[in-house]
Write a protein that binds this ligand. Structure first.
Ligand code: FPP
Ligand code: K
Ligand code: ZN
Length: 513
């Protein structure tokens, strides 16, 4: 792959990923316009020999009239038959978005590559690989806000490359060198040099270490300090704040549960877990599921904290956290209203776009292929119930969303012509969207199910380490075999083996507390 040895970054007027780590300072910085570091590069001519149309031309309304390529069902080539008669700014934005997507869904945009028999463009594997290798190199000064997300930059690139079949272990030394100075003696990793520890950055750091694997990577984490730090983040309502003195939301819950499970941290509260001890808790996980339960909103979706708007990113955090805490068929029905959740989650998939929105009355976005798409295997597992003792894969409820629709949105609308994946047509790619769009595509391609055997010898997180996956039957999808991605663990968002290796090493190297 040519990009492997590239040492230059070319991000044309990149839009930054959402603030997964939000501080008032970075939020403000992210509003700033980035000085373009543009390397002009001519748009590749379509391999299909279709009439040429430039992305800037005002051709979107024409796209509704133009004939789609063969093999595409009408569901994905026409505006929805039922329209809201009340025209608002929101409705206009939605109409403009679906019009723009239609040209791509119908396979009529000049930037699209070769198509398969279902009218779906091929995955541009090599350009995406090159893009992600590039994303690990230098950045222009306009990206200064990303200095608070450095472990994320490492994780997004390595996770994306892994999905695409590249070997992340070749980055081991570099990753250790990058992350080592970001760890604090008082526990956890900061988002960059000299920054205080944050649960989001610590989650990304731990996942990056799991991806590169090996004893040196596992031993890099000061697990005792991590455990003490988590104790100080534990709040009286059962949840976790993301940093000492910082905000509390379900990101904290999921990141903490992931770190505890992968690193085999003790559940007993450390001595200085002041708030949690005063609330009467005895373990790091006490009251956590109840806290998540209070985050289900009137709509049925799940919000960042009790009482606010439901969002797909928080739905994944909450359902994944519940599925780490115990078997999903027990924890999810016990703490969530499932019919309401199913109704809200189903409403996230749009037609004709096929992709997911993050919340009611908002637009599809490729990154929700993971945040919303990643909820489906967890809910499916909850509905399928206890795994069979024979160990055979079991499906009772079947597909809960349109895998075909999501495949179409991802492959037709989210591939940036020069590599990298994006939110939607017209947006620039970034490594956050590249990682999570690919994670979503991988999830459509695999059936994720639990077995009754866990790789972990402890009973605590037995269920979290009992997942397996098998490729979906071809009839459920519309991508080509050559476009199959590596399967990821549905809770830890890294390969199953990477999660198992970290957990097993930590189990055999218990920390003294
Ligand atoms: C709204 O952005 C987005 C949010 C409120 C949540 C963002 C959080 C994540 C993407 C992931 C958090 C998870 C971890 C593990 C740290 P918007 O208003 O720009 O987008 P929208 O219009 O699609 O809602
Ligand atoms: K968005
Ligand atoms: Zn997005």
């Amino acid at each position: 792959i040519a990009g492997r040895h590239k040492r230059r970054v070319r991000f044309p007027a990149a839009s930054l990923p959402p603030a997964v780590i939000s501080t008032p300072a970075t939020a403000q910085q992210q509003q700033q316009k980035r000085p373009g570091n543009q390397v002009p590069s001519p748009a590749k001519p379509g391999k299909s020999g279709k009439p040429s149309k430039s992305e800037s031309s005002n051709s979107s309304t024409m796209a509704t009239q133009q004939e789609p390529r063969p093999g595409i069902p009408a569901l994905f080539t026409q505006p929805p038959p039922i329209r809201d008669p009340l025209v608002t700014e929101t409705v206009e934005l939605q109409d403009a978005t679906l019009e723009r997507c239609l040209e791509f869904l119908k396979g009529l945009h000049i930037s699209q590559g070769s198509f398969n028999a279902s009218g779906v463009p091929a995955l541009q594997r090599d350009p995406h690989i090159t893009y992600l290798y590039d994303s690990l190199e230098d950045y222009p000064e306009g990206f200064v806000a990303m200095d608070a997300s450095r472990p994320w930059m490492v994780y997004w690139a390595l996770a994306g490359l892994t999905l695409l079949g590249e070997d992340p272990t070749r980055f081991r030394e570099r990753v250790l060198g990058t992350l080592r100075p970001m760890q604090h003696p008082t526990g956890g990793f900061g988002g960059g040099h000299g920054q205080i520890s944050h649960l989001a950055g610590s989650y990304a750091a731990v996942l990056a270490l799991a991806l590169v694997g090996g004893e040196d990577a596992f031993a890099l984490v000061d697990r005792e300090a991590m455990w003490r730090w988590l104790g100080r983040l534990k709040q009286a309502d059962g949840g976790f704040s993301v940093t000492e003195g910082g905000e509390e939301d379900v990101r904290g819950a999921y990141c903490a549960a992931t770190i505890i499970a992968l690193l085999d941290l003790p559940l007993t509260l450390p001595h200085d877990a002041k708030k949690a001890r005063e609330a009467g808790f005895e373990t790091l996980t006490d009251g956590l599921a109840e806290y998540l339960s209070r985050c289900q909103s009137f709509e049925g979706g799940i919000s960042g904290s009790p009482g606010v708007e439901a969002h797909g990113a928080y739905a994944f955090c909450s359902l994944a956290c519940l599925s780490i805490l115990g078997p999903p068929e027990e924890t999810i029905p016990r703490h969530m209203n499932i019919p309401l959740l199913l109704s809200w989650l189903s409403a996230r998939q749009y037609a004709p776009e096929g992709g997911f929105s993050g919340r009611t009355n908002k637009l599809v976005d490729g990154c929700y292929s993971h945040w919303v798409g990643g909820c489906w295997p967890l809910l499916q597992s909850a509905l399928d119930g206890k795994p069979l003792s024979s160990g055979a894969p079991t499906t009772t409820v079947g597909n809960l969303y349109s895998r075909e629709g999501l495949d179409r949105y991802i492959l037709s609308c989210c591939q940036s012509p020069r590599g990298g994946l994006r939110d939607k047509p017209g947006k620039s790619p970034d490594s956050y969207h590249t990682c999570y769009v690919l994670t979503g595509l991988s999830a459509t391609q695999h059936h994720h199910y639990r077995t009754n055997t866990s790789i972990s010898s402890s009973s605590e997180f037995a269920s979290a380490f009992s997942w397996q996956s098998s490729p979906m039957r071809a009839v459920d999808n519309v991508y080509d075999k050559a476009d199959r991605l590596v399967a990821f663990h549905p809770l830890f968002v890294i390969p199953h083996q990477a999660a198992a290796n970290m957990r097993l090493w930590c189990e055999s190297n218990p920390i003294a507390t």
